[in-house]
Design a protein around this ligand. Structure first.
Ligand SMILES: Nc1nc2c(c(=O)[nH]1)N[C@H]1C(S)=C(S)[C@@H](COP(=O)(O)OP(=O)(O)OC[C@H]3O[C@@H](n4cnc5c(=O)[nH]c(N)nc54)[C@H](O)[C@@H]3O)O[C@H]1N2
Ligand SMILES: Nc1nc2c(c(=O)[nH]1)N[C@H]1C(S)=C(S)[C@@H](COP(=O)(O)OP(=O)(O)OC[C@H]3O[C@@H](n4cnc5c(=O)[nH]c(N)nc54)[C@H](O)[C@@H]3O)O[C@H]1N2
Ligand code: SF4
Ligand SMILES: [Mo]
Length: 688
């Protein structure tokens, strides 16, 4: 640890954001006084977002947890007493032994996500512990699993266009992503392309910050993207804008797809999506005639009942036009596959006594906590804040309120979730640890070494799960490894040729080490799909009972341009709750600085929808459906098609800020990947 109190230290941004920026942290008297971008990072080049510029406000926040706590009040009341680490570890392990004897080890469930992207923290010692314990497994499907499954059905490999190459594109489509807020360095690259004449097109359900920056914004009805992609294909086939040589060589099923697309006429697609037939023609022509076109597939369009198919359909477009052969052409949504590490060595599934342990889907945690047969008796929550981020939040809360549920929460703050814990453990911030970071967007791996000492009695995930493993007397070697040992094992993974040459030593010397991207040149020749080619027609989808070809399926709960709400519909508006600019999921939403930047949670509503409800700008309104209600201020804006309302940001509950969007969202699962369907929700709004 470099614990000199003063100086400028390199760091990595640990947040669940594609950019994984290089940072420079300025320290005085042992505290952070400034955070800026590291100009030496080859992709992020010294630019960082405003939220992390104000990181010190979070890390040195007076409310940071400093000591293990034991609940003394009711669940949710927030009353705790301080205890020692010995007591905390003793109570947890006693309880785990007791539960294992009485109900079996699968009565214990970890609940985690990527509050910290460090490989050792969330895919390392933690998983090792739950494997050795034999707990239930968590299906981590809250973020992108629908899209990943949809993409992989077409492409096989979880990776696409390299970010730096996108400067060569002359048409850039940002589809269901708000990259000005969520992937700012892709905006920097698109800006470079734009200086050379590229056009940037945004396809979204509301005029977000990215749409305001773009050259052309196309608003559409939620969950209708597959129809739009098929409408574009219809025109590409009809007008001979496809690359037949490419399709012959690298795809399967283009004849079937051509037939399928034939029925998606511009008129039909217009009536589904709300985009005029003329604009659909213009879009397809721009796309088909571009020399180099790049599609950025965001997360928004896959948080729907039909989310997997939305992504799968869009993913077929670059194959029709042969864009994969152009530098900077193609598409991407996640580039995580290039950086795959040795998960067996990290997670040690071999330690698991019950390899066939049950899996619990994290989107259905509320339902899972209602099970009476083989009930879940204990939850260990870390790197996630389920009471705020999981769908159908009232159902989730009811589960967490169960008196017989033993809940442990490891976090930096008393989150909404932590208030329901029996034991709270104080977590370090990543700048206080050693960890390894890869990006799911660019191709650089980075090492974090501790640059701050841990405050109070905070401990890292690696320390906590090592302590627990040792106290449970699990495999001695697995639970006494150092961070350096684990990093070496993670990087020792010959099965991933992109990882070739990345080592701890190089990371220590060079800080940012680029993956070996040479295998990408032969990428199209050996795609890991069943046919080895780009699958426009997918047999595996068919076997899974899904349409084998791109297909538009209307949302279960929702409206498109054809199925408009009837006067009798109780919930006629579609409710979309995407991330905001100044929080990172629910992280920062308890920090005054960041709250101030966002001002307050609001519901954006179209003037037509507001008028029929007698709502004027600034009114207090109630947003409700069969799942719950949210009291919020209305902002009347003409930024979306009538029928869609938007509320950005995952705010904590708080006394004076009672907005938790997820009270309104469904816990249904998406068509593919068992993903979340946050945005396939309908509501009604009334003036208070
Ligand atoms: N500032 C900030 N940055 C973040 C995050 C954050 O919370 N704040 N979160 C991080 C995480 S975990 C993720 S997964 C990414 C997510 O970042 P993005 O990939 O940008 O995805 P979202 O922000 O979820 O949604 C993007 C857009 O999709 C739109 N949308 C919703 N439904 C539809 C639809 O049916 N069709 C279309 N075309 N658009 C639709 C929403 O209105 C929204 O503008 O961002 C990461 N970066
Ligand atoms: N309505 C709606 N809901 C959504 C979304 C949406 O767009 N709309 N987005 C969804 C998406 S894409 C995602 S990815 C999820 C994100 O959901 P989560 O992953 O739960 O994200 P956060 O709310 O940021 O919670 C992360 C927590 O981890 C803690 N933490 C940070 N570092 C560490 C550490 O080193 N150790 C420990 N133990 N804790 C740490 C933080 O303090 C924070 O409380 O939310 C989903 N929920
Ligand atoms: S949140 Fe994203 S943009 Fe901001 S510093 Fe971190 S990696 Fe960079
Ligand atoms: Mo996410």
């Amino acid at each position: 640890m470099n614990d000199s109190g003063e100086g400028i230290f390199p760091a990595v941004c640990p947040l669940d954001c594609p950019d994984t920026c290089g940072l420079l942290v300025h320290k005085k008297n042992g505290k952070i006084v400034k955070v800026e971008g590291d100009p030496e990072h080859p992709v992020t080049r010294g630019a960082i977002c405003n939220k992390v510029r104000h990181m010190a406000e979070r890390l040195h926040h007076p409310e940071r947890l400093m000591q293990p706590l034991r609940r003394v009040g009711r669940k949710g009341e927030g009353k705790f007493e301080e205890i020692s680490w010995e007591e905390a570890i003793g109570e947890i392990t006693d309880k785990y032994r007791e539960l294992t004897a009485e109900y079996g080890s699968e009565s214990i469930l970890p609940y985690s996500f990527y509050g910290n992207m460090g490989v050792l923290s969330v895919e390392g010692m933690d998983r090792r512990f739950f494997n050795a314990l034999g707990s239930s497994l968590l299906d981590q499907t809250i973020c992108n699993s629908a899209g990943t499954t949809g993409w992989r059905a077409t492409m096989g490999f979880n990776g696409g266009t390299s970010p730096e190459d996108t400067v060569n594109a002359d048409v850039i489509i940002v589809w269901g992503g708000n990259i000005v807020s969520t992937n700012m360095h892709q905006v920097v690259l698109a800006e470079q392309a734009r200086k050379r004449g590229a056009q940037v097109i945004v396809i979204d359900v509301h005029r977000n910050r990215t749409a305001q920056w773009a050259d052309w914004f196309l608003p559409l009805y939620p969950g209708t993207d597959a129809a739009l992609a098929l409408g574009m294909m219809h025109i590409l086939f009809r007008d001979g804008l496809t690359d037949t040589n490419f399709m012959d060589k690298y795809t399967v099923g283009y004849d079937e797809l051509r037939q399928q697309a034939a029925s998606y006429t511009p008129e039909l697609v217009s009536s589904i999506t709300g985009i005029s037939a003329g604009d659909i023609e213009k879009l397809a022509k721009l796309y088909g005639e571009a020399h180099t076109s790049y599609i950025h597939i965001g997360n928004g369009l896959q948080h729907h009942d039909n989310g997997g198919m939305n992504v799968r359909s869009i993913t077929c477009l670059p194959a029709l036009t042969g864009q994969w052969l152009k530098t900077g052409g193609g598409a991407s949504r996640s580039n995580g596959g290039y950086a795959a590490m040795n998960s067996r060595a990290l997670e040690r599934p071999d330690l698991r006594p019950n390899p066939r342990a049950r899996r619990i889907n994290m989107n259905r945690i509320g339902e899972a906590l209602e099970m009476t047969e083989q009930p879940i008796k204990s939850l260990f929550v870390y790197c996630s804040n389920p009471l705020v981020v999981a769908p159908d939040a009232e159902r989730v809360r009811a589960g967490f309120e169960r008196e017989d549920l033993f809940t442990v929460v490891h976090d930096l703050f008393m989150t909404d979730t932590a208030r329901y814990a029996d034991i709270i453990l104080p977590a370090t911030a990543t700048l206080e640890n050693t960890d390894l970071y890869s990006s799911y967007w660019h191709h650089y791996i980075a090492l974090q070494e501790p640059i701050l000492s841990a405050p109070g009695q905070c401990k890292s995930n690696v320390e906590v799960f090592s302590l627990l493993g040792q106290a449970m007397e699990f495999d001695v070697e697995a639970f006494s490894q150092t961070e350096e040992d684990m990093i070496r094992e993670a990087l020792n993974y010959p099965r991933n040729p992109y990882l070739n040459g990345v080592s701890l030593e190089r990371l220590q010397q060079e800080r940012y080490v680029k993956l070996d991207m040479t295998p990408k040149q032969a990428f199209l020749d050996s795609l890991p799909t069943p046919s080895g080619k780009i699958e426009l027609y997918s047999k595996s989808m068919e076997l899974a009972g899904l349409p084998p070809l791109p297909t538009y399926t209307p949302l279960i709960e929702g409206y498109d341009g054809i199925r408009r709400p009837e006067p009798a519909d109780a919930y006629p508006l579609m409710f979309i709750s995407p991330p905001n600019h100044n929080f990172l999921n629910s992280t920062f939403s308890n920090v005054e600085k960041h709250q101030g930047l966002e001002k307050e949670p609001v519901l954006q509503i179209h003037p037509d929808d507001a008028a029929v409800r007698g709502i004027t700008d600034g009114d207090d309104v109630t947003v409700f459906n069969g799942r719950g209600r949210v009291e919020i201020r209305a902002k009347v804006v003409d930024k979306m098609l009538p029928g869609t309302v938007i509320s950005q940001g995952l705010w904590w509950e708080g006394k004076d800020r009672p907005q938790r969007s997820n009270v309104l969202t469904p816990d249904r699962l998406s068509d593919m990947g068992n993903g979340a369907t946050f945005f396939s929700s309908t509501v009604e709004v009334k003036r208070r």
